[in-house]
Design a protein around this ligand. Structure first.
Ligand code: EPU
Length: 337
C-alpha cells in the first residue's frame, strides 16, 4: 500500500481548504482497509471520502484514509422493486444517475448532492422533500478498533434531520464500506410537491414526469442556487435549519411577518437559516476569500485561498448576529476538524 507523506488535502475536500496530511493512503478494497486497521490497532486514523461535509481548520497529523472502494451490485430483484448496494467510494451523484438510467426510482430528488455514497448515511443527506433514510435498507461498516464488520439496519442508524448514530452514539468508531437501498422498478412514488420542483417541471412543460424529469428538475434548481464545488469551494448548507418553539416563532412573526417556516408539530417550527442570514445582511458578503454565497445564504464559500479558520470565524460572526437579532442559536451542520 502506497503511503504518501505531507500530502495536500485541497483536492480531497469540497471546501478546497489547503491543509496537509502527515500520512495519506488511498484505500481501494475492504481487505486492504481491514489489514491497515489491524496492523496497528492503537494507531489513530482520519477518514476522508468525498470530503463534502467537513471544514478542515488544521493540518492532520494522523494517517488519513481516503476511502475509494468502488462497485455497484444488485442484491435481489423483485417484480416492482430492487435491492441494490453501492460501495462507499462511489460518487453519490454518479450512483443516482446510474439508478435513474436503469429505471430505478427513489433517489431522483437527491441528484447532484456532492460527496460519496459512504458518507451519505452519516448526515442522512436530504433535499426537496426526500431523505436518504426513505430508501436506505442497511449499511456495512468496519469497526475501527477491532476490524470487525457490522451491519446497521435503517432502525439501527437512528436517522434524524441531518443526523444518525454515526454522528452521535458511535461517532468516529466505524468506517462505512457499503450502503444498500430499496428502489422502485415501476409505479414510482414521485415526490414533486416541493414548490421549486413543481415550478421547474411546469417551466419545462412536463405534466406527467418520469424519474429522469424529476432528477433533471432538481439538477436545474441546484445549479441555479448552489455553487458547484469544482468552481467555488463549499460544503453545501453550513448550518442546520433551526427548530424553535411556537411561542418564540409567534414573537418573531410580529416583527417579521414574512418569515418563512415549516411546522414540525404542535410545539415546534423550523425556520430557514438562509432567510435569517440574508435578513442579517450577510448574503453575498465576502471577507478576503471567505464569503456567504450570493444566491443561497446558508452556504459559506471559499473563493480560492481561504483557510478553514477564516471560514469558521465567519460562521461565528453569523451565529452571533443571528443570536442577537432573533435569539436563535444556529447549529453548524458541517463537521469541523
Ligand atoms: N432563503 C432565503 N435566503 C437565502 C436562502 C433561503 O430567504 O439566501 C429562504 C427561501 O426563500 C425559502 C427558504 O429559505 O423560503 C428555504 O430555502 P431553500 O428551499 O433553498 O432550502 P433551505 O432550507 O435553505 C434545505 C437544505 C438543503 C436542501 C434544500 C432543498 C438544510 C440545512 N439544507 O435548504 O440541503 O438542498 O433544503 O431541500 O436542511 C445541504 O444540506 O447541504 C443542502 C444544500
Amino acid at each position: 500500500m502506497n503511503i504518501e507523506h505531507n500530502k495536500s488535502l485541497k483536492e480531497y475536500n469540497t471546501f478546497g481548504i489547503d491543509v496537509t496530511a502527515s500520512e495519506f493512503v488511498k484505500v481501494t478494497s475492504e481487505t486492504a482497509l481491514k489489514d491497515l486497521l489491524l496492523k496497528d490497532p492503537k494507531k489513530r486514523f482520519f477518514i476522508i471520502s468525498g470530503g463534502s461535509n467537513m471544514l478542515l481548520t488544521k493540518d492532520i497529523d494522523t494517517l488519513v484514509l481516503h476511502i475509494a472502494i468502488t462497485g455497484i451490485t444488485v442484491v435481489e430483484e423483485f417484480k416492482d422493486s430492487i435491492i441494490i448496494s453501492a460501495n462507499a467510494g462511489e460518487n453519490w451523484h454518479d450512483f443516482v444517475l446510474y439508478c435513474i438510467n436503469q429505471g430505478y426510482g427513489g433517489l431522483e430528488n437527491l441528484s447532484l448532492i456532492p460527496g460519496y455514497v459512504g458518507s451519505a448515511p452519516i448526515q442522512n443527506i436530504g433535499a426537496y422533500g426526500v431523505e436518504l433514510k426513505d430508501t436506505f435498507v442497511s449499511c456495512e461498516a468496519i469497526h475501527i478498533s477491532s476490524g470487525e464488520k457490522h451491519i446497521f439496519s435503517n432502525k439501527d442508524c437512528k436517522f434524524g434531520y441531518r443526523n444518525s448514530i454515526f454522528k452521535s452514539d458511535v461517532k468516529d468508531e466505524f468506517i462505512i464500506t457499503k450502503v444498500t437501498f430499496k428502489l422502485s422498478k415501476n409505479n414510482h412514488i414521485l415526490n414533486t410537491s416541493y414548490g421549486a420542483i413543481e415550478n421547474a417541471l411546469k417551466e419545462n412543460g412536463i405534466t406527467s414526469p418520469t424519474i429522469k424529469d424529476v432528477s433533471e428538475a432538481v439538477i436545474q434548481i441546484r445549479q441555479s442556487k448552489l455553487p458547484d464545488p469544482n468552481e467555488i469551494g463549499n460544503s453545501g448548507s453550513f448550518f442546520k435549519n433551526p427548530v424553535i418553539s411556537i411561542d418564540h416563532f409567534s414573537r418573531l412573526q410580529k416583527t417579521y411577518p414574512d418569515i418563512p417556516f415549516y411546522k414540525i408539530d404542535n410545539q415546534t417550527i423550523k425556520v430557514p437559516a438562509g432567510w435569517l442570514i440574508e435578513q442579517s445582511g450577510f448574503k453575498g458578503k465576502r471577507w478576503g476569500d471567505a464569503g456567504v454565497h450570493e444566491k443561497q445564504a446558508l452556504v459559506l464559500v471559499n473563493y480560492n485561498n481561504a483557510t478553514g479558520v477564516e471560514i469558521l470565524d465567519l460562521s461565528k460572526k453569523i451565529q452571533s448576529k443571528i443570536k442577537d437579532r432573533f435569539d436563535i442559536n444556529l447549529e453548524i451542520e458541517v463537521n469541523i476538524i
